[in-house]
Design a protein around this ligand. Structure first.
Ligand code: R5P
Length: 285
């Protein structure tokens, strides 16, 4: 197996290569004078199984990923897997208003053109998997996320909404602690009220978990609500830490621990999902 790292996942790709005892390919990346992107994989790929690891978090990341996948195929790889630790554009998996594209279908079909298999991690909406005609695997990293919090003294797990309760519940089962969710009540098109469940939070160490932190709005509201309930400690975790508009700088001072995974690499990527990806690449899932 040869691991080809895209710029968005350099650390994660190196970890996966190490876990698997695989070769980490060298990649050159630069810009042509007109601004277009140039990539070159400086490793022999002929007849090898290749995994390109990178996400489509930005449009630039996506172009790089497609170029690397094509370079792998053109280089004679026997099998090419596109590994997207964060599969972007998956929120637009259906047409909400006439005239819109189905963005996640565009991503899936484009990736399929240059790969034999797609692996992603905790995609926002699993309907995207249905657009694929090649194997498309969505990995759950709940075990890895839960194990990170073992022995960190968490008393209970809380989801910021009922949609995320399944995740909180599964983590609670793994860690043998109770899980609850915050009730959201829509007052009007602009106002949503959040209500804590009927639980005694005073003196407890609470872990707030979500699948994704994007603008941070949901988590910040939940943290502020929790803080008025007498908790002793608040930890925040999510699989994907997008932290749009530097929202991590607003969340961090409010909490005792902020830990997201390395699906999107950043300062708070304390949980590595490299083992999950290595096992999937080795065919265990
Ligand atoms: C909602 O469906 C998700 O689970 C997250 O709660 C949401 O996407 C987080 O977004 P933001 O950080 O912008 O509030």
């Amino acid at each position: 197996m040869i691991i080809v790292p895209a710029s968005s996942s350099l650390d994660l790709a190196a970890r996966v290569a190490k876990d698997m005892g695989a070769t980490l390919a060298e990649v050159d990346k630069k810009r042509f004078p007109d601004g277009e992107m140039y990539v070159r994989i400086n490793s022999e790929l002929k007849n090898s199984e290749v995994a390109v690891i990178g996400n489509n978090r930005s449009d630039e990341d996506f172009v790089e990923l497609l170029l690397l996948l094509n370079a792998s195929k053109e280089g004679g790889a026997a099998k090419v897997t596109a590994v997207l630790p964060y599969f972007g554009y998956s929120r637009q998996h259906m047409i909400y208003k006439p005239g819109e594209p189905v963005s996640s279908k565009v991503m899936t079909k484009s990736l399929e053109n240059f790969s034999d298999r797609i692996i992603c991690v905790e995609i926002h909406d699993e309907e995207t998997l249905g657009f694929a005609s090649h194997p498309f695997v969505n990995l759950s990293v709940i075990n890895t996320s839960s194990e990170f919090f073992r022995n960190k003294g968490v008393d209970l797990i809380l989801s910021p909404d009922d949609g995320g309760y399944e995740r909180a519940k599964k983590m609670g089962e793994i860690l043998s602690i109770p899980a609850y969710y915050i009730n959201k009540k829509r007052i009007d098109s602009k106002t949503v009220e959040m209500h804590l469940p009927d639980v005694d939070f005073s003196g407890r160490s609470v872990l707030l978990v979500d699948d994704i932190i994007s603008t941070g709005g949901t988590i910040i509201k939940a943290v502020n609500l929790l803080k008025s309930s007498g908790v002793s400690k608040v930890s925040v975790s999510a699989v994907h830490g997008i932290f749009a508009k530097d929202s991590d700088s607003k969340i961090k001072p409010l909490v005792d621990l902020l830990a997201v995974s390395d699906t999107i690499e950043g300062a708070h990527s304390l949980i590595s999902i490299s083992g999950d990806i290595s096992r999937a690449l080795a065919g265990d899932v």
